[in-house]
Design a protein around this ligand. Structure first.
Ligand code: SF4
Length: 316
């Protein structure tokens, strides 16, 4: 369904200064699959998702949807054309809904753009409000009348009413209370199964990503350091960064939390501006070797479908 080859997004941030936000990501997402994309803040996860679907112009590389190339720079016409198949659920349920629009107009906007009659839109919005656990009576209200979790459900209904094939979920639970996060994740999983959706699920919470995703990909400073089946990456991480990221991820169960080995990601993240050769994790890696600072590690398959970019695996 989705493939990127060496996708890059760089930003000019000053004279002769280039921020390498996304720096050569090659990955694929199969139809009806959820790929979880994890990494610390600033790793480039959201920029990757936005560049993939044309919210940022691609600096270099290729992206394909359903086997066909996506434009490097989306025009207004492209956005309209692809919005029928590709949608996004945003991180902030407060900022992503227009406060001056009613819920009916927010959720029904995509259908209105297609010229669907108002009465049909109302019916469809009512159906989707029920489907995401809200009430059809809510369609005349405004976003400020809802909680964060309810607003995120409105955002989900807005994306799903179009019946897209592919949805980028950009940290859809990070702004929500813990008690509401599981409800939203279960709703997304249910919609994925019933609608046959393909999802890119971007998040910080590794346990939640493992729970919802078929495959997991780990980004560090604009690059992909590890990817594979979610259980393999979570329970048998190969890359030193993935191992530390998982060990520093708090367990929801307090007994498990007390018993797990403590580990912390220490050290400063290398600047993503004008990055040179070598492993970007070298300054923080407990297993750093002399070649790590000089030679950029390339992704290699170490077990079927489990890929790692690290010199520890150069001989495998
Ligand atoms: Fe650590 Fe070297 Fe592997 Fe980078 S390439 S993660 S510095 S061992």
């Amino acid at each position: 369904m989705i493939e990127t080859i060496n996708l890059k997004k760089h930003f000019q941030v000053g004279r002769n200064q280039t921020l390498h936000a996304v720096d050569g990501i090659s990955l694929s997402i199969a139809e009806n699959e959820i790929l979880g994309l994890v990494g610390e803040s600033g790793s480039g996860k959201s920029t990757f998702g936005k560049t993939l679907i044309g919210l940022h112009e691609r600096t270099a590389g290729d992206a394909f949807f359903d086997g066909l190339p996506l434009p490097q720079k989306f025009t207004a016409k492209d956005h309209l054309r692809y919005s029928a198949d590709i949608q996004m659920i945003f991180q902030d349920p407060y900022a992503s809904l227009n406060p001056r629009m009613t819920v009916l107009d927010i959720i029904g906007e995509g259908l209105a753009l297609k010229g669907i009659p108002r009465a049909d839109i109302q019916e469809e919005v009512g159906f989707w409000l029920r489907r995401v656990g809200l009430h059809p009576d809510h369609m005349s209200r405004f976003p400020h009348e809802f909680s964060g979790g309810q607003r995120q459900r409105i955002g989900i209904a807005r994306a799903m009413i179009i019946k897209p094939k592919f949805v980028v979920c950009d940290e859809p639970i990070s702004a929500l209370d813990v008690s509401v996060q599981a409800q939203v994740v279960n709703l997304l999983e249910d919609l994925k199964d019933s609608l046959g959706l393909t999802l890119l699920f971007i998040a910080h919470d590794l346990s939640m990503v493992r729970y919802i995703s078929d495959r997991m990909a780990v980004m560090y400073l604009g690059t992909l350091v590890e990817s594979g089946p979610s259980d393999a990456v979570f329970f048998e991480p190969k890359h030193p960064y993935t191992r530390l990221l998982i060990q520093s991820n708090p367990e929801a169960d307090p007994i498990l939390e007390r018993s797990r080995p403590s580990a912390e990601l220490t050290g400063e993240i290398t600047s993503p501006i004008n990055v040179g050769p070598g492993c970007r994790f070298a300054d923080r890696c407990p297993e750093v070797m002399p070649q790590c600072k000089a030679v950029t590690p390339q992704p290699r398959l170490i077990v079927s479908d489990h890929q790692v970019a690290c010199h520890l695996y150069d001989q495998t």
